[in-house]
Each structure stands twice: as C-alpha cells, then as structure tokens.
Design a protein around this ligand. Structure first.
Ligand code: NAD
Ligand code: UDP
Length: 332
C-alpha cells in the first residue's frame, strides 16, 4: 500500500540541520525555508562552506551556529525536527582524519539523539550505501546486512555510519525517540566541492579545465547516481512520513552505470577534448552499487525523476559559473 504524504499541508516547523553548510544539507536548508519552516543550521565548516548558505544568512527564519557535533549542543526553545548530515562524505576527506570521522559518526549521532530526547524532536540520520561495503548481493535491498572490511581505510566511515544506525534504533528502543534512517546512494549536483574527490565533481572540473579525466582502476566498477533535487525530495518525504516508518530506507537512483561510462557522458555534456587517464583503484573500492528502491516507492511514493543528462547539465552549469567567478576575481 502506498501512503500518500502531503508535505505542503503541514504546520510550520522548527528544524535543526546539522551539517547544513555542506552539499546536501544546504539544499535541505533551502527547501525547508521555502516551505516556511524556521531553520537552525549548525556546522563546523570542516568540508562545508558558508558560501553554500550565504544567501540564507539574512533570511528572518534562518540562523547559523558554528559547532562541532562531537560536543553536545543546546538549542533554546522548541525543536520539531533534526536532520543529521554532519560528517565528511568523500573518501579523501573522511580518510584524512579517520578517528575524527568515527567520532563524528558516533559522538555526533549520540549528541543529536540526546537533543532529540530533550526536545521530543523527530530525527533523521543521513546513513549511506557504504553500510553495504563491497556488496556480495546485487542490487542492494535494505535487508542486506552488508560486507564491510572492518580494518580497511574506508571503515572509519562505513563502520561509523553502521554504528550511527545502531544508535538510532537503540535510542528508539530505549527512549522511544521518533527516528528515520535514510541510506543515501551516490548523489551529485550543484554545491559539491570542486576539490571534493568524488567522481562526478572530479570529472566535471577536469573536463571543464581540459585536464585528464582520472578514472580509477579499469573504470568497469559501477555506481548509480541520483541528482540532489530528487534526493532532497525523498529525504523530506521520509522525514514527514508516519512515525511507524523508521527505515532504513534506500534513497538513490537505480540507474547503474560504469565509471568509464560516466566519464564519457561528462565529456559529451561538456564538449571537452580531455582524455581518460587510468589510475590505480583505491583499496576496498566497491565493485558494484545499485539500490533497490521498492521500500521508498511503497512507503513514500518516491522515485527519482531527473535523468542523468539533465542533472549533469545543471551540475556542469554550476561548476562553469564557479570557474567564471574565480577567473573574474583573480587568484585567491
Ligand atoms: P559534505 O561534506 O558536503 O557535508 C557534510 C557537512 O558536515 C559539511 O558541511 C561539514 O562541514 C559538516 N561536518 C563534518 N563534520 C562535522 C562535525 N564534526 N560537526 C559539525 N559539522 C560537521 O557532504 P554531503 O555530500 O553533503 O553529505 C551529507 C551527509 O550525507 C553525510 O553525512 C554523508 O555521509 C551523507 N551521504 C552523502 C552521500 C552523497 O553522495 N553525497 C551519500 C551517502 C551519504
Ligand atoms: N573515481 C574515479 N575517479 C575519480 C574519483 C573517483 O574513477 O577521480 C571512482 C572511485 O574509485 C569509485 C567511483 O568513482 O569507484 C565513485 O567514487 P566516489 O568517491 O565518488 O564515491 P564512492 O566510492 O564513495 O561511491
């Protein structure tokens, strides 16, 4: 049975967005303000940037608190919703300080769950397809328990996110917290960091500069890419779903493609003459990844709508504008 969720009919909410100055978090802040919510954004600006939320800083319903979620956070007044995006998401970033990443996942989630407990707010955790590791089941349904190498360089993130899911469900069992867990698959779009290290931003920036496109391994490994607007809609629908819908719910685009194919698609869309440069495959790089989204379809009535070509064009336009802005303002 599909439950119809009518988001616009809701009362105005007071929402905390942790990691709200990052790529996905800043898009959520935009969406919540557009629908009339009051948004408190918190971020330690580790991988996020004030640039992402600059247009919001003067909005009467928006406030920003610079804070690291590894420390407890106090919020005055009522709180209805908490989104937890606070965690570096790109492999080079989360591997820079692996112990810090694990602490962010574990202590950050505990601190936000405690805040949810104090305020009776509903809390949504941004989990990840990385909880499936290098999957032996393909495509990946939520029932798959995963295949993570606990001692590899990706484990600080994968295991941190797995522990965060455990904490969400333990707080629900122990304290009756109203929880939602979204397992987000590879997402791309405007406001990814240009030096982020993730594949779509890397390829676009390289193609626009005419630099070699760095394909790791043979390029035959696959991912399934979701445009950020589709993801944000899914996250919002999950957050506003009935309390019985806790997740985990996969949110991603099931359109699977090889990394070489995405490189060629970026070259076509940018009309770039860059060539492919093959580099070593990082340790523990998952070979295949594709979400089963039947749960999101059934419980939320959600499925992605934006085709890759259209999403890439919007993302390329963003990076081209950023590059033009930098060229105009000269070297940093
Ligand atoms: P991002 O790096 O742009 O955003 C993360 C934000 O969290 C940044 O603004 C960063 O400064 C902030 N942050 C990091 N550590 C913090 C800390 N200790 N205290 C406070 N703030 C902190 O990445 P993103 O792509 O927007 O990812 C957002 C969330 O979604 C992450 O939790 C990530 O694990 C999850 N996710 C993203 C993807 C994706 O493809 N983008 C896929 C799966 C899961
Ligand atoms: N990748 C690549 N070139 C790059 C960056 C990434 O070939 O410049 C590959 C990477 O090895 C992986 C895939 O693209 O197989 C997706 O990488 P990303 O870091 O974006 O996401 P994740 O591995 O976390 O899914």
């Amino acid at each position: 049975m599909t439950i119809q969720i009518s988001i616009p009919a809701r009362r105005s909410l007071r929402t905390l967005v942790a990691g709200g100055a990052g790529f996905i978090g800043s898009h959520i802040c935009d969406t919540l303000l557009r629908r009339g919510d009051t948004v408190i954004c918190t971020d330690n600006l580790h991988t996020g940037s004030l640039r992402n939320i600059r247009p919001l800083l003067n909005h009467p319903n928006f406030s920003f608190i610079e804070h690291d979620v590894r420390a407890p956070l106090e919020i005055d007044g009522r709180l209805d919703r908490i989104y937890n995006f606070a965690c570096p998401a790109s492999p080079p970033h989360y591997q820079q300080d692996p112990v810090g990443t694990m602490k962010t996942c574990v202590l950050g989630t505990i601190n936000l769950l405690e805040l949810a407990r104090q305020t009776s707010a509903r809390i949504l955790q941004a989990s990840t397809s990385e909880v499936y590791g290098d999957p032996e089941v393909h495509p990946q349904p939520e029932s798959y328990v995963g295949h993570v190498n606990t001692i590899g360089p990706r484990a600080c993130y994968d295991e941190g996110k797995r522990a965060a899911e455990t904490l969400m469900f333990d707080y629900r069992r122990m304290h009756g917290i109203d929880i939602k867990v979204a397992r987000i698959f590879n997402t791309y779009g405007p406001r990814m960091h240009e030096d982020d290290g993730r594949v779509v931003s890397n390829f676009i920036v390289q193609a626009l500069r005419g630099a070699p496109i760095t394909v790791y391994g043979s390029g035959s490994q696959t991912r399934s890419f979701c445009f950020v607007d589709d993801l944000v809609r899914g996250l919002e629908m999950l957050m506003e779903s009935p309390e019985s819908v806790t997740g985990p719910v996969n949110l991603g685009n099931p359109h699977e493609m090889s990394i070489e194919a995405i490189a060629r698609e970026v070259l076509t869309c940018t009309r770039s003459s860059s060539t492919l440069e093959f580099k070593p495959l990082p340790v523990d790089d998952p070979k295949r990844r594709k979400p089963v989204i039947a749960t999101a379809e059934r419980l939320l009535g959600w499925r992605p709508q934006i085709p890759l070509r259209k999403g890439l064009e919007a993302t390329i336009a963003y990076f081209a504008l950023e590059a033009a802005g930098r060229a105009q303002s000269g070297p940093d």
